[in-house]
Design a binder for this molecule. Sequence first.
Ligand code: AMP
Length: 213
Amino acid sequence: MLIGPPGSGKGTQAVRIAERLSIPHISTGDVLRAAVRAKSPLGRRVADRIAAGALVSDALVTELVRERLAAGDATRGFVLDGFPRTRLQAEALDTMVLPSSLIVVLIEVADEAIVRRLSTRRVCDACAITQSVSEDASADKEACPYCGGTLIRRADDDPETVRRRLETYAEETGPVVEFYRGRPRFASIDGLRHVDRVTAALQAYLETARVRS
Ligand code: AMP
């Protein structure tokens, strides 16, 4: 499980770790955004809250994760990204998996760096790769250097919404960090380094934590 503020790089790291270990990457943010794009009943329920940078209800997201973890491909392990985000969600997760089997890594990045990072974060509307653009780039006009698609700024990445998401993170997810901090397989790593160095630190920790299981 990767915990970290929005923009800490946990999504990027989660994709890398999931690929290396050949296990599914489960991102509640991705699932919810896909539902919003598809305008499904779930998407219609959560669209406003996501756009405002507020959390969706514990019951809803917990049920999503419960169903996802029950799928066959999650039996060998999974990378959880964006869940749990509240103490209640963390308590619910302990009823879905063996608590001692969880490896929890907190990716730490200071708030000022997050606001800077997210103002230049874009997601390609074609290949979905997340990347960073120069500070004077427009919110939705640059071309993706990988596939030629269009780079779009996430609606909730505008600076004001980012500040609200950081407040929510401190209030709601701070207690989640405390919930796990005392566990033997908890670590925090510095996320303000080159992305490859963060991956290396994460992998090194996973090796030791898996041996310790
Ligand atoms: P993320 O991509 O993880 O930053 O999530 C984007 C948005 O989806 C969040 O700002 C919330 O509105 C919603 N969301 C994702 N995961 C959760 C969760 N575990 N609990 C509540 N809301 C969530």
